[in-house]
Design a protein. Structure first.
Length: 268
């Protein structure tokens, strides 16, 4: 069966290929502009506004662009920028953090994770679950952790700049997962952010995500930017939160402060 062709004899593009090309064109225009509104993208590319809005929403959902709450402009994210230089900043910080995580695991025994923010979730990049004799979950690499119901997500939200936090929370509200709704109550959310920021670490202690476990997370922060979070996870029935805080927080803070994020900072 011959392919359908245009008047000049070239193979006609399928709808899927055409949509993919338009998506790349939109991403290129957002990157080129440094910050642009949807209507301006439509005019620059001579595309219908509804088409551009759909493509922008898809790129935002995939984590390649983000819309500013203050000026309604779209800008590319670190995930999109990492396409240009062939590596992901998450990989850089993962390599830098690995020795510190191994050391923490030896000292604290319970499994330790490093996670980074990606598209409305914290993604586990490195873990000691496979080495910890107390782990109950070995397959953690690449696991997506909800922002509002895990200590890693809470630590990231409390430590990141307010503008970034507003964008993430707007994204979570649009996704509208049923399990997140109670935690998006404004009063509850404000208390969580304030308490976590004041402590300098986040906790999960009420079975919000996994009823069998509890966790503590410490953010890795440099010059106001959060590069990831270190979390420790344990079985709730084996250890109380007060004892866990007394045992885990200081070593975790020391590790977070010592990790060299130079490569990740350059990539971002």
């Amino acid at each position: 069966m011959s392919k359908e062709r245009t008047r000049n004899g070239q193979p006609r593009q399928s709808e899927g290929v055409r949509a993919f090309k338009r998506g790349l064109d939109v991403l290129h225009e957002v990157n080129r502009s440094g910050g642009i509104r949807a209507g301006d993208v439509a005019r620059a590319l001579d595309l219908p506004r509804p088409t551009v809005y759909r493509l922008l929403e898809t790129l935002e959902e995939l984590g390649y662009i983000a819309r500013s709450a203050s000026d309604d402009r779209f800008r590319v994210t670190r995930r999109a920028l990492s396409l240009g230089d062939g590596y992901d900043p998450g990989v850089v910080i993962c390599q830098a953090a690995a020795p510190y995580l191994a050391d923490l695991s030896k000292k604290l025994v319970w499994p330790v994770d490093l996670s980074t923010y990606e598209n409305a979730a914290m993604v586990v990049q490195e873990t000691t679950h496979s080495r910890s004799p107390l782990s109950i979950d070995r397959g953690m690499i690449g696991k997506r952790l909800p922002m509002l119901r895990t200590s890693a997500g809470r630590a990231y939200l409390a430590a990141c700049p307010a503008r970034e936090r507003d964008l993430i929370l707007d994204h979570l509200r649009r996704i509208d997962e049923a399990d997140d709704r109670p935690f998006l109550d404004q009063g509850r959310l404000d208390r969580m952010i304030a308490e976590t920021a004041a402590r300098g670490y986040a906790i999960r202690s009420e079975g919000e995500y996994n009823p069998k476990t509890a966790s503590i997370a410490v953010p890795i922060v440099r010059d106001g930017a959060v590069f990831g979070c270190i979390s420790i996870i344990w079985i709730r029935s084996a250890l109380g939160m007060e004892e866990a805080i007394a045992t885990f927080v200081d070593p975790m803070r020391s590790a977070a402060a010592a990790i060299d994020v130079g490569g990740a900072a350059t990539a971002g």
